[in-house]
Design a protein around this ligand. Structure first.
Ligand code: 13P
Ligand code: SF4
Length: 324
């Protein structure tokens, strides 16, 4: 007989600084049910740093940035993976675990970057720039990855570009990430014009206002922000790199120019740091809720599937990245 799962009441201690008791009362049933379902189905939940605190801190088994989720997806010892994040993340987990059941709680959890480019666009780029390697951000569909030479994330983009040993690469689809990496390397980068709908809204004027209103604040910006925003920030890095920066530097006051839940999740681990919280919501990430994670486990939905011919080629591009 298996022991009963811990009650959600005990988990409230983890999140009480960011979730008022009235909100918690709406979560605790689903949390208890999810903990039981995970045991019954031998399931694990992978959650991105942008998931809400009740998901991130109370039901997730593995949390992190896109790179960490991809790496850890390879090591998962479970029958079922529920991806609390967006569709491209679930596809990456499926690519790396073709024999496992991978579920995404809401099929509508997309990404403006993934929607900005198709496999046909990549084939046309190959004709236009023969011989130039194509580095594809993981925020893309499996079909796009399948046409690419290698993938990257915001956490390893510079290393991936430089690993190829060439003078020129195509890096897509995020124009701003490409420009931000181009500023750090001698490799010439040809970009695409995709943008993250969350990060493109931050402006240098926002940062100047923040510095005026909160003297001494450390400003951290995700590299999906426009280059002029990154230029005014004190640090730029992936969601994991921003979280590590707060842990390492322990700024008295900090602002994370990124998705809103990120500050809540990092603030829980660093009560001594004052988080200033202007942020932008990712509507796709916010489609994932405790209720639909529970339904995913109860009803085995929504299955993530990838055409095997696409999957083999897409997997090569992801594995080539993970080997770096
Ligand atoms: P990270 O890889 O930095 O977690 O970013 C993923 C993402 O979607 C950012 O918008
Ligand atoms: Fe895509 Fe931007 Fe949302 Fe990340 S924050 S999932 S890049 S739309």
């Amino acid at each position: 007989m298996t022991a009963a799962p811990p009650s959600a009441a005990y988990l409230y201690e983890r999140v009480r600084r960011v979730i008022p008791p009235i909100e918690w009362s709406a979560f605790s049933d689903d949390i208890d049910a999810i903990l039981a379902l995970k045991r019954e189905r031998n399931a694990v939940i992978l959650a991105h740093n942008y998931q809400t605190p009740e998901i991130f801190h109370c039901v997730a088994d593995i949390v992190g940035d896109s790179l960490a989720l991809a790496r850890k997806a390879m090591e998962v010892d479970a029958d079922v993976i529920v991806l609390a994040g967006v569709h491209f993340m679930a596809e990456t987990a499926k690519l790396l675990n073709p024999q496992k059941t991978v579920l995404i709680p809401d099929l509508g959890a997309g990404c403006s970057l993934a929607d900005s480019i198709t496999a046909e666009d990549i084939r046309l780029l190959r004709q236009r720039y023969p011989g130039v390697p194509i580095v594809t951000y993981v925020n893309t569909s499996a079909e796009v990855k399948a046409e690419s030479d290698i993938c990257c994330t915001s956490g390893n983009a510079k290393a991936v570009v430089e690993s190829l040993g060439v003078a020129r690469v195509i890096m897509l689809p995020d124009e701003y990430l490409a420009q931000n990496i181009a500023a750090q390397t001698d490799v010439e980068i040809i970009a695409w014009q995709g943008h993250c709908e969350v990060h493109e809204r931050f402006t240098p004027a926002d940062i100047r206002q923040l510095r005026e209103d909160h003297p001494g604040v450390s400003v951290l910006a995700h590299p999906e922000c426009p280059p002029e925003v990154v230029a005014e920030a004190d640090f730029s890095g992936s969601t994991a790199a921003m979280s590590d920066y707060v842990g390492r530097e322990k700024p008295a006051r900090v602002v994370l120019m990124t998705e809103c839940s990120m500050s809540d999740n990092v603030a829980i681990a660093h009560p001594e740091v004052d988080f200033i919280r202007p942020c932008n919501l990712c509507p796709h990430m916010k489609r994932i809720t405790l209720a639909n994670i529970r339904a995913a486990l109860e009803q085995n939905r929504h299955l993530v599937t990838i055409d095997p011919q696409v999957a083999d080629r897409a997997r090569r591009a992801v594995e080539r990245m993970l080997a770096i």
